[in-house]
Design a protein around this ligand. Structure first.
Ligand SMILES: *[C@@H]1O[C@H](CO)[C@@H](O)[C@H](O)[C@H]1NC(C)=O
Ligand SMILES: *[C@@H]1O[C@H](CO)[C@@H](O)[C@H](O)[C@H]1NC(C)=O
Ligand SMILES: *[C@@H]1O[C@H](CO)[C@@H](O)[C@H](O)[C@H]1NC(C)=O
Ligand SMILES: *[C@@H]1O[C@H](CO)[C@@H](O)[C@H](O)[C@H]1NC(C)=O
Ligand SMILES: *[C@@H]1O[C@H](CO)[C@@H](O)[C@H](O)[C@H]1NC(C)=O
Ligand SMILES: *[C@@H]1O[C@H](CO)[C@@H](O)[C@H](O)[C@H]1NC(C)=O
Ligand SMILES: *[C@@H]1O[C@H](CO)[C@@H](O)[C@H](O)[C@H]1NC(C)=O
Length: 807
């Protein structure tokens, strides 16, 4: 178009018009009566520095525009707010600023599409596009009548606040701005949660991230505001003005030099990003942190499809974001939505069983390290692969059989919460129909969808002679109706809102005798008594029952109080307490059962676990300790962190056990009598023995440091010394020597995976050495430890603790 203009005139226009139009709009103020048209020509309303724009952003699809606020200067013109429920408008649509109604969006024919829904009591004096990214409508007495920050979409920006009851939604897909399935909410109770939901009823499903800032026993300790401050730090403010940081403290990207945004991405991951303010064409947004850590594994619950759609499989990619894929022989329900549900491209029904043998019709596809942890309808053990498959193939309801730890689970469609991850120690045997020349293309296959009726009719006529085919068709049609009906019934499901409170169950002694089969199978014994394996809920739930044998006589009420404190803890890196028994001298605690044993046997067993797995475990323990020290309603100091007290769940997540017991059992952390010291030799900090020093959470930091060294090196903190290897006998000394002499290869015994990850190895080692400092005040808090391990804050070179004493 520009080329068509006569040369001199074009230059004249360019010189005269462009600077004028930019200058005219750069103080950020928008006068009442101004309007802009969606047409690629009108300049949007810019903030004073030009960083943000408000107006019609052209979309990739030609002639469509989105009413939005976006980063105008940077190459990646990131959208941070949108109006009109994210629905694009066509070319020629118009946005006006009016005195009485504020912003009004209308289509090219002048029909109103959207407005800013103002309170009519006050007139608009002007609009203002602030450099913070907030577009505001201001009254003549300088009251903000409307703010884009108060009507957030999927993004929060520095200086933006979310009040109690506030929420943001993911968009539907990367390019479709309609509300998606994921939601971030600050609940009235004080927790910030991420959850999936039903569309369109907005009924929320179980959270897959919870901040842990709700405290029902002490409401003033509960969160009520999420603040994204002008420094780019996001935190939850508690009613007592205490702060719960979401952005790591000591974050290295100051808002003076970096743009920040926190977006609930369309795939359900809430992420804070930064972008340098000085940039070139290849500068991108980079992640600082995100929640949850692994959406594929962290998401669960009985309702909803999980991170991906139904029947789909989620796998975390290198950017900590989920990728979704359909299993073999399944295809996308909506070919344009790779994050959506998958449908089998074959039919399976219970109608044809007596016609052919199941083995002739079906076979299995093996998927390694894959599970759909919900959707079970049968479970048995012990089971071999052959038994598991046989049971599934002969069961017309069975869509997939999952085998792990000698157990077999049978699952039915639709499958939810599918995941593939190295930590999933289960394999899936996915049942599919063998290609069968006599089968018709399924009516569920997309190409045939439109003409389903005709196709079935034609098919029936052509192949009417085959009884079998008719059965297949009937089955397919029934399945189709079932799926449609099922989706409807899911949608129309309205239950009671609100979070489910966990109530500890009080067991009778009798019940636990029965559950453990008379305390028959011993799982182990610890400082507090023997642990037995048991099963509750008609044998469907395996549990660990800890018989407390060192109960100091104390009142029933105190026991209950302490048990309740333990019962209120909720973290994925803690072993969950399910119930207790308190009958006379019978005091017992009932925990969930951890199938993969202790970290001690995992670390010091025959095969060395992978470096990657070890680092994940180290991080998990650190996060669990942060929770115990800072995030639960009453601070819990563990006092006995060691590999025997860390258990591993089905997915090899580290789970801290035995926490809260020191207090429960009134081992009044007396330091004069070593016999009462709860810690274990090799893991105990020096202050236990120095009665001038109070016992603080820093004793756990010390023990964690020792444990971290063990995780790094796969060696015990005190090992039997072999001739010529005496120096390695005490791990804390040896590790420090290795660090000072740069002999990291010796420390990890040439573990190539660790050595190829040198930066992280060195970082982990330095963190461990900081933790084992003799002076408790030099040791970092567990929160700082976590942030250093994650690499979001810098780690200084630690001094080696002096080798004066060893406990
Ligand atoms: C911005 O410019 C307009 C005129 O273009 C003027 O009326 C208004 O007062 C200015 N606002 C500020 C805050 O300077
Ligand atoms: C509208 O204004 C009135 C009085 O100023 C106030 O009571 C009411 O809550 C406002 N409504 C909304 C939706 O802001
Ligand atoms: C722009 O936002 C900043 C930070 O919230 C605020 O201090 C300032 O008053 C705003 N400017 C206007 C003109 O509203
Ligand atoms: C975005 O997704 C929603 C929900 O599936 C759909 O109704 C809408 O038509 C889509 N919008 C566009 C522009 O594709
Ligand atoms: C862009 O800037 C980055 C540093 O911010 C630099 O590493 C890169 O080489 C630059 N790219 C170009 C094309 O200038
Ligand atoms: C089913 O999907 C597989 C790939 O997953 C493909 O090879 C096969 O041709 C499909 N069958 C039908 C009937 O579409
Ligand atoms: C997928 O997208 C293309 C173009 O974006 C569109 O033509 C097609 O109708 C869409 N298919 C479905 C099933 O929505």
């Amino acid at each position: 178009m520009a080329c068509a203009l006569p040369h001199p005139l074009f230059h004249f226009l360019l010189l005269f018009l462009l600077p004028f139009s930019i200058v005219a709009r750069t103080n950020g103020t928008v006068a009442v009566g101004t309007s802009i048209t969606a047409n690629n020509k009108d300049t949007p309303w810019l903030s004073p520095s030009g960083v943000f724009a408000f107006g019609f952003k052209p979309l990739e699809e030609k002639n469509l525009f989105l009413l939005s606020v976006w980063y105008y200067k940077i190459p990646d013109q990131t959208i941070v707010w949108y109006g009109h429920d994210g629905v694009p408008v066509s070319i020629g649509s118009k946005l006006g600023l009016t005195v009485d109604r504020g912003l009004v969006l209308s289509d090219p024919q002048g029909k109103e599409l959207w407005n800013s829904q103002l309170n009519l009591s006050n007139n608009v004096a002007h609009g203002f596009m602030n450099d913070t990214g907030n577009f505001v409508l201001v009254s003549s007495d300088s009251v903000n009548l409307w703010e884009s920050f108060k009507n957030p979409t999927d993004t929060m920006l520095p200086t933006q606040i979310m009040e109690s009851g506030g929420e943001i939604f993911s968009r539907f897909s990367e390019t479709n701005f309609s509300q998606g399935r994921f939601q971030l909410r600050l609940l009235q109770g004080g927790n910030l949660v991420l959850n999936t939901r039903d569309i369109p009823s907005n009924f929320p499903y179980d959270p897959y991230y919870t901040s842990g800032t709700s405290d029902s026993s002490n409401p003033s300790n509960s969160g009520y505001r999420v603040i994204f401050d002008d420094k780019g730090v996001m935190y939850i403010l508690r009613r007592n003005n205490e702060i719960f940081y979401i952005t790591p403290q000591g974050m290295l990207f100051p808002a003076t030099e970096y743009f920040h945004r926190a977006t609930l991405d369309f795939d359900g991951v809430f992420t804070q990003y930064y972008h340098p303010k000085t940039f070139n064409s290849s500068t991108k947004w980079t992640r600082i942190w995100s929640q949850p850590d692994n959406i594929c594994v962290d998401i669960g619950g009985g309702e909803g499809s999980g991170a991906c759609g139904f029947n789909s499989i989620c796998r975390l990619n290198d950017n900590q974001r989920p990728d979704c894929k359909c299993p073999p022989r399944y295809s996308l329900l909506d070919p344009n939505n790779t994050y959506g549900s998958c449908k089998p491209n074959f039919t399976q029904s219970c109608l044809e069983d007596d016609i052919m043998s199941a083995e002739d019709i079906y076979d299995f596809e093996t998927l390694i390290s894959t599970d759909w942890p919900t959707s079970d309808y049968e479970h048995f053990k012990p089971a071999t692969e052959a038994q598991c498959k046989r049971s599934c193939i002969n069961d017309c309801f069975c869509a997939v059989a999952i085998l792990g730890e000698g157990s077999c689970w049978k699952k039915k469609l639709p499958l939810s919460n599918g995941r593939e991850d190295n930590v999933v120690n289960r394999h899936a045997f996915l049942k599919f129909r063998k290609s069968n020349p006599r089968t018709l293309p399924s009516p569920l296959v997309p190409e045939t969808k439109k003409n389903q009726g005709t196709l079935i009719l034609v098919g029936s006529v052509l192949l009417g002679s085959s009884v079998f085919i008719n059965f297949v068709l009937i089955g397919a049609v029934c399945l189709g109706f079932f799926l449609i009906h099922h989706r409807k019934s899911i949608k129309s499901h309205h239950g009671n809102h609100g979070a489910v409170e966990t109530n500890l169950r009080c067991f009778t002694y009798e019940e636990l005798v029965e559950a453990t089969n008379g305390f028959k199978e011993e799982l182990g014994s610890g400082a507090f008594g023997i642990v037995y394996k048991g099963a509750i809920q008609m044998g469907s739930r395996v549990v660990a029952v800890k018989k407390l044998d060192r109960v100091v006589q104390e009142k029933e009420k105190e026991f209950k109080t302490e048990v309740n404190v333990i019962g209120q803890t909720h973290h994925k890196n803690l072993v969950r307490l399910l119930g207790f028994c308190d009958e006379g001298q019978h005091r017992m605690l009932v925990y969930e059962f951890m199938s993969n044993g202790t970290l001690a046997s995992f670390l010091f067993g025959e095969t060395k676990p992978s470096w990657n797995q070890r680092t994940q475990i180290a991080l998990g323990i650190a996060r669990g300790l942060v929770y115990l020290h800072e995030e639960c309603s009453t601070q819990i100091i563990h006092c006995d962190i060691k590999p025997q007290n860390i258990l591993l769940d089905d997915y090899y997540n580290a789970r801290i056990s035995d926490f809260g017991l020191a207090k429960l059992l009134k081992l009044n952390q007396s330091k004069t009598n070593p016999a009462t010291i709860r810690g274990t030799r090799g893991y105990v900090a020096a202050e236990w023995f120095n009665s001038n020093n109070p016992i603080t959470a820093k004793v756990d930091v010390y023990s964690y440091g020792v444990l971290l060294l063990e995780i790094i090196s796969c060696r015990k903190s005190i090992s039997d010394m072999e001739v010529g290897e005496e120096e390695k006998g005490i791990l804390t000394y040896w590790a420090c020597d290795c660090f000072q002499e740069g002999r990291l290869d010796t420390l990890v015994e040439n573990d190539m995976e660790a050595l190829n990850d040198w930066k992280r190895l060195e970082r982990f080692l330095m963190v461990a050495i900081w933790c084992i400092q003799e002076d408790p005040s030099l040791r970092p808090t567990m929160r700082k430890v976590t942030q250093m391990l994650e690499g979001v804050v810098e780690v200084d070179v630690p001094p080696c603790p002096s080798q004066v004493s060893f406990y």
